[in-house]
Design a binder for this molecule. Sequence first.
Ligand code: MSP
Length: 507
Amino acid sequence: MGRFYITTPIYYVNDAPHLGHSYTTVTADAIARWHRLLGDDTIFLTGTDEHGLKVARSAEEQGRTPIEQADETSARFVEAWDLLDISNDQFIRTTEPRHHAATQALLSKAKENGYIEKGTYAGWYCVGCEAYYVEDDLLDGNCCPIHERPAEWLEEDNYFFKLSAFEDRLTEWLTADGNVVPDGKRNEALGIVKQGLDDVSITRSSLDWGVPVPWDPEHVFYVWYDALINYATAVGYGADDASFADWWPHAHHVIGKDILRFHCVYWPAMLMAAGEEPPSSVHVHGFLLLKGKKMSKTGLTQITPAQLVNDLGVDGTRYYLLRDVPFGSDSDVSFSSMVGRYNSDLANNLGNLLNRVTTVVVKKCDGVGPAPQRDSELAAVAERAYEETAAAWDRFQPSVALDATWNLVRETNAYLERHEPWKMDAGSAEVAAVLGDALEVLRLAAVLASPALTRTTVEIWSRIGLDGGPADQRLPEAAAWGGYPGGLPVVKGAPLFPRLDAVSEDD
Ligand code: MSP
């Protein structure tokens, strides 16, 4: 038991939430839920990144003010996260006064410490990325390599952050195990530092949609340098020192690989400049790809979070994202793989187990669930499943964790097939023994799968007669074999995961 502070990137408000954002958010949500099961005092933060040229321009194109744009789009993120049962404790908006204050405090501290100075900057800027590029990184025609649109030449007087002063400390931090995960991404960050770091411009005078620079109000901070600070704002930086001191050592960031440089190089250096420690860890995931291309607004019009929830349910959508996309790698997504995963793991395994067990308990035990056998052959399987599940959640590997939990479900279905309780005599000790074991597995699976399946695990819990809910349990105690007390009313309800028709074509 301890403290656990987990964050998602804060999303730009120029555009609506899509499946890529949902992937990061559902992942962080499930990890937060796992830590709550462990009894950790947990803060889960998400929110929106509302400043910068990209948002200002997109507002202008739509004939509204940046704050109107931010209010409207930020609300859409809140809505999407409600739809996906995201359990964030805070939703931060960078336009909030508390965030302006924290940004100004942190960067003033870095300046006081001698790491911010005035200078002139000229360079190629991509508004889509909100970042400057060196000429060598641009494509033909000076196009941004990500957006494939021409970068713009910008020249301005602004303040520079002395990133170059942190090469050694960053190398040391990046070299230590567990700070940036997985290793491939850590090496990428190390590579950036090894190439040599230039000082970076952190303010803009050509724009006023941002956090004002407190010592020079003609300038606002460049959007990334305000955005990153959201993680510190939310736990009290500059406003509640005790809270910040309590929580900051437990900060874990979940991000996509597109923003590695900012989180694994710039952000730890900014913290060092302000006299703070870097975050406890940064976990970097790959991209969801649609037919090999990064998901974007256009590629995603076919697969929006709302559409998926409509087709697969909240739990079906969450399960797919967590189970099918190995954290750290790029992964192709398609509607047919979603349906395949749903049918095999949810309908045919977990759903089938619940269905069989409740049907036979109703028929052969008068609807009263028997207790498990103390020396069941499934006890060892359950113990291993717990250990593997716990270790994988601890390593931020939801797909491995869920696979370990599902091993227990699969083994229990095989156990039922071997023993065939549906052929045994009603009311016999024999049938009670097999069904008691299977009910115990349903109890365990409901707890272990609850970070992913927020709704159906609650339903399983109540159908097998248990009080409270799986998310109210505490690990590791609740993982010990034998927790199902027996003597509880068991009901057979409608299938939890009605099978979906297979689709032959991917959208
Ligand atoms: N506002 C910045 C982040 C600031 S954090 C201090 C930003 N916002 S974003 O809206 O563009 O969201 C980027 C994040 O969304 C990625 O890092 C990733 O977590 C998620 N994804 C966006 N597209 C994605 C995929 N196609 N696949 C997986 N995740 C993706 O960058």
